[in-house]
Design a protein around this ligand. Structure first.
Ligand code: WTA
Length: 650
């Protein structure tokens, strides 16, 4: 609970303004806000200018076609993403520049120059071809944060095989669902990975997943140094191939497949309001243009930068701002495998010092954890190389913003609070570090060329309501894999031709504040979790009759999963069952969805038409006075729940 003085601080911070430091602006890619007018004047020409900075095998004939809700960008153009992230850099000084500095959680270190990364990607791309993977075939990737994750993604794009990366924390069942939905032919995994010192048995999970699916023909397994035994990995004859065997004799020559600008680049599954995750489809030319331009301007990337994004490649942030955007810019970056508090809470700051990190991009949930751990940890390391800080994934509370600014940035580094989504492909609302005067907690304004505003249900502009993107942009999702109707319904049915992201927003002093999801999607530590997914995992247990899942505010994670459960008759509810149900959710979905609390109730509050009133459950979970109950079928249900919840923490 926040006390009165915290709230007072927060009010103060919300009204402080931070112009870009003069020295920063002088050297920045963008130092004047004329760029906004220029981009708005002819937004298609603006994006076209960015596309021209990439290498194309064949030029486009039309910049943009819009048949709402279907967009095409750079129509007729041909290019290859791997070529743009690697080959393009090989003729100049970037050839021998370090592309990747990787640090394992166990302290192991590997580095790749752009030339070395290119050779590795070509070898693996040839290996994939040898296993029969070709243009258009889907490849599932289930890897820890090791260099081979980036290599695998780039190898897929090189041969035109759309990848579907599945976060290594997902359960075998979640992996199997995603493999099935995309009908992936090949799976790339590792024997295991490290997390807080213990081994995550990825190959075992992968085997359990493949046993539930029909489409996988081969599994390529990366040997993550030194953990073969601990991982318990075994190889299936004829199906499984070690990565190192596959690339051992493979040629480093693998021509990049010319892809149509609108060919599918990847599918990435994300949670929505139903039990089934959505396969968000991104295509080639527009996506790369968007992430290239935003990486360059938002992170102000220069040739001497050392960039570090702490996301996992299993999420969109890892796709757009570890692999594709930064590599298309030819930057040097750090990639770290493990947890921020292993072996102690100073790990991130030692990495910053050791490699001279200049641009650092992380999530508010991490910043709140650092705050709680205290200033002594960052104080042990020299952070003077940092020049720019970023945040992504959820709203940042002004206190955390101020701490980031003062303790990590030493009041010297601009902060870019970047709003975007899996669906948008790249950053949409953000400060530009050399131009924008920021205020703690606001993402400020749309990136040049992007048009976003706040609308009410009727589509009228308001100061507080739904965030809306009113103009197509190159990185936009093209559809939901195999379900175009869901694509239309989810994003394009609220207003005509306007994109609905599912977030609430307000405008204050001209700034856009993103207020969080307005649908049944939770944001737990920056991860999207659909309440319906958790509910179906719960009712999957034979003893559960019904469940309703809501988010409860949390000081570190932003929100945690709170599950209300009605058991079947004769089932004994109690701590033991609560623990088993939590574990069941972990088994079904993955540890990120583990409920923080399971509350048993004889009934769930429902309207007379039988709809569960989640708003009331949220009030109960957060210990607030209950709102209007007049539409309830049976008001006594709520009273009983309130009494019960007051005495339990699940
Ligand atoms: C939330 C992550 C406020 C938002 C890139 C969005 C944010 C969802 C911000 C997308 C931010 C992301 N301020 N909220 N700067 N960035 N969000 O698909 O609710 O994992 O809809 O993409 O995260 O999450 P996703």
């Amino acid at each position: 609970m926040r006390n009165a003085s915290d709230q007072f601080d927060s009010l103060l911070h919300e009204h402080r303004t931070f112009p870009p430091p003069a020295g920063f602006s002088a050297a920045a890619h963008v130092a004047s806000d004329d760029v906004y007018e220029e981009a708005d004047g002819d937004w298609q020409a603006w994006w076209e200018g960015w596309a021209r900075e990439l290498d194309w095998f064949e030029p486009w004939h039309t910049v943009h076609e819009w048949d709402a809700p279907h967009a095409r960008w750079f129509v007729g153009g041909k290019l290859n993403v791997s070529h743009n992230c690697l080959d393009r850099h090989l003729d100049g000084p970037r050839r021998d520049r370090t592309a990747l500095i990787w640090e394992g959680e166990d302290g192991e270190r590997r580095t790749f120059t752009y030339a070395e990364l290119h050779a590795e990607v070509c070898r693996f791309a040839n290996g994939l071809k040898a296993l029969g993977v070709g243009k258009g075939d889907r490849v599932a990737i289930y890897l820890p944060m090791i260099p081979e994750a980036a290599v695998a993604m780039l190898a897929c794009t090189r041969i035109g095989a759309p990848h579907s990366v599945v976060f290594g924390g997902f359960s075998p069942e979640s992996l199997a669902d995603r493999i099935d939905d995309a009908e992936a032919r090949l799976l790339i995994t590792a024997d295991g990975g490290y997390r807080r010192g213990s081994v995550v048995p990825l190959k075992k999970n992968a085997d359990a997943a493949v046993a539930r699916t029909d489409s996988i023909e081969h599994v390529v397994v990366v040997a993550r140094g030194g953990i073969e035994e601990a991982s318990g990995a075994t190889m299936v004859e004829g199906r499984d191939v070690w990565y190192h065997d596959l690339v051992a004799d493979a040629s480093t020559d693998c021509p990049a497949e010319p892809m149509d600008a609108e060919d599918v680049l990847f599918i990435l599954y994300t949670s929505g309001t139903t039990g089934k995750p959505k396969g968000v489809v991104h295509t080639t030319g527009g996506y790369l243009t968007h992430v290239y331009a935003t990486s360059k301007l938002v992170f102000d990337l220069k040739d001497d930068d050392v960039y570090w994004c702490t996301a996992d490649v299993g999420w969109i942030t890892g796709h757009s701002y570890i692999v594709y955007g930064p590599m298309a810019n030819g930057v040097t970056q750090v990639m770290y495998e493990g947890a921020p508090d292993h072996p102690d809470r100073g790990r991130f700051w030692r990495i910053c010092e050791e490699y001279g990190v200049t641009v650092f991009y992380t999530a508010p949930t991490a910043i709140r954890a650092f705050m709680r751990w205290g200033e002594a940890w960052p104080a042990k390391s020299d952070l003077s190389s940092l020049r720019l800080l970023g945040t992504v994934g959820e709203p940042i509370n002004p206190e955390a913003w101020m701490w980031y600014h003062e303790v990590i940035g030493a009041e010297r580094c601009p902060i870019v609070d970047t709003w975007w989504q899996t669906e948008t492909g790249g950053i949409m609302i953000t400060p530009l570090p050399g131009v924008t005067t920021t205020t703690p907690g606001t993402a400020v304004r749309p990136f040049p060329g992007v048009a976003a505003t706040i609308l009410n249900e009727a589509g009228e502009e308001v100061d507080a309501g739904f965030l809306a993107v009113t103009r197509p942009w190159p990185g936009m999702l093209r559809t939901i894999w195999g379900d175009d109707e869901r694509f239309r319904q989810t994003y394009w049915s609220k207003w005509d031709g306007i994109y609905f992201p599912g977030d609430g927003a307000k405008r204050e002093n001209g700034n856009l504040w993103i207020l969080g999801r307005v649908d049944d999607v939770l944001n737990v530590a920056g991860h999207r979790i659909g309440t319906a997914e958790v509910e179906s995992a719960l009712v999957d247990d034979q003893r559960v009759a019904e469940s309703a899942v809501v988010g409860r505010k949390d000081d570190i994670k932003g929100e945690v999963v709170c599950a209300f459960v009605t058991t079947k008759e004769g089932v004994e509810s109690g701590d033991e069952l609560a623990a088993e149900l939590k574990q069941h959710v972990v088994d079904k979905i993955g540890a990120i969805a583990r409920p923080a609390a399971v509350i048993f109730t004889a009934d769930l509050p429902k309207t007379r038409s039988g709809k569960i009133m989640r708003r009331l459950l949220k009030d109960i979970a957060e210990g607030r006075a209950i709102g209007d109950t007049t539409t309830l079928a049976d008001p006594a249900v709520v009273q009983a729940l309130e009494e019960k919840y007051a005495g339990s923490e699940g």
